[in-house]
Design a protein around this ligand. Structure first.
Ligand SMILES: [Zn+2]
Ligand SMILES: [Zn+2]
Length: 401
């Protein structure tokens, strides 16, 4: 066990061979992320206009594009990555309210701006002034939250600029929302602007229309099937994310699998919750001091809860026959943040640096690897069923429909 924990560069090839010798897969077989979000913001904005004018990527992201590409190339030694911004914000109400508070704070702490616009200081503002200020903040927040295709186009242009020097194959992707009527929420997909399309339900996008859908396994399944049958869709991301456990169990998993094979669509196992747990709990050295090994049991006991779809006996049993028939899965972390990337952005551009992943991180990944290998062997899942293990050429072929 211990000698598995050397640096990724030297160890990757050996780890792959060792795992293959045991008929297993190593995390080193995973050649890249197919679901990632970036965000670029001024790190020290003086006014909301700095955000309105310079924000790029998904509102829920946190890593600037160039930092993300560089990290996946240099530190993770990946072969490819798909940048898949949200076609529209997944929850605009939440984005607006969060940003409104932030922008109010910026105005209130900017003496010059207050004097210029209200001819007084913060402490002299009346209730009416504050209401007026809030209105301005809401308008600015809306400009950032309610973005359209122009924001996606900007990222595609940036990918064009950066990808040749990135050392990675960068797939121009999108995470599009499947709307209640089965449509996808950007016309850019039909126009063929992307190399690959992740399709997902984000019910907060239209709470009222989605309410009956997320409470009825029949209706939700029907919508998912519309996504699978869309000729442009390559990956069905986080099926069941917005649902209660009992609804998830009742979805038409067999039909998803059948149609996914037929339409060349991969079903995603989304590890966002798992990675967040590793970052916030397992790597919290106040909670589990350096010399403590308690985190191992905690992580093991939480995996069923943190890993969707294949952690359910019922769903596993339903999907099992389809892997030998060619069912594909994508194992993605839906990367929004990365504990090991530091970055700052100002008007001159973005600077970034990396922190090494420590021993405990690798030990946690080893525990996850074992969990997956047990399931792979139970379900007969092989390398060819997991599209993240493909070469970039094989992936290009898979994305072609
Ligand atoms: Zn999503
Ligand atoms: Zn996502």
């Amino acid at each position: 066990m211990k000698n598995n924990l050397e640096t990724i560069n030297q160890g990757a090839d050996r780890r792959r061979k060792k795992a293959e010798g045991k008929n297993e897969l190593s995390v080193s077989h995973w050649k890249g992320e197919l679901h990632s979000h970036t965000k670029t913001d001024f790190s020290k904005p003086e006014l909301p206009d700095d955000i309105v004018e310079h924000r790029k990527g998904s509102n829920c992201g946190s890593i600037p594009l160039e930092a993300l590409l560089s990290y996946h190339n240099q530190e993770m030694k990946n072969e490819f990555i798909a940048i898949t911004e949200h076609s529209r914000d997944g929850n605009t109400d939440k984005a607006i309210s969060g940003m409104t508070d932030w922008f109010m704070g910026m105005y209130l702490s900017n003496k010059d701006w207050l004097w210029k616009n209200f001819s007084k200081g913060k402490d002299s503002l009346s209730k009416a002034d504050l209401d007026e200020l809030k209105k301005i903040a809401i308008e600015k927040a809306k400009e950032v939250a309610e973005y359209g295709d122009e924001r996606i186009q900007e990222i595609l242009d940036d990918i064009d600029t950066l990808s040749s020097s990135s050392g990675l194959k960068v797939f121009k992707g999108i995470e599009t929302s499947l709307m209640p009527d089965g449509s996808l929420n950007t016309e850019m997909i039909k126009k063929g602007k992307f190399d690959m399309v992740n399709c997902a339900i984000h019910s907060d996008i239209d709470k009222e229309k989605f309410y009956p859908i997320i409470n009825d396994p029949e209706k939700y399944s029907e919508l998912i099937l519309k996504g699978v049958e869309n000729k442009k869709v390559n990956i069905l991301s986080h099926i069941g994310n917005d649902l209660n456990e009992d609804v998830i169990e009742k979805l038409k998993w067999k039909e998803f699998a059948e149609k996914a094979i037929k339409n060349k669509v991969a079903i995603e196992i989304n590890l966002k919750k798992l990675i967040t747990f590793i970052y916030e709990e397992i790597l919290d050295y106040d909670k589990y001091p350096k010399d403590s090994v308690d985190y191992r049991k905690i992580l093991q006991s939480k995996l069923d809860e943190l890993i969707p779809i294949i952690s359910s006996d019922n769903i596993r049993n339903q999907l099992k026959p389809y892997f030998s028939q060619g069912l594909k899965i994508a194992i993605n972390t839906d990367e929004h943040e990365n504990k090991f990337i530091n970055s700052t952005t100002d008007k001159n551009g973005t600077d970034f640096s990396f922190k090494p992943r420590d021993l405990r991180y690798w030990r946690a990944i080893k525990i996850v690897e074992k969990y997956f290998n047990d399931i792979f062997s139970e379900l007969g899942i092989e390398k060819k069923n997991i599209i993240n293990t493909y070469s970039k050429e094989e992936l290009e072929e898979f994305f072609k429909k």
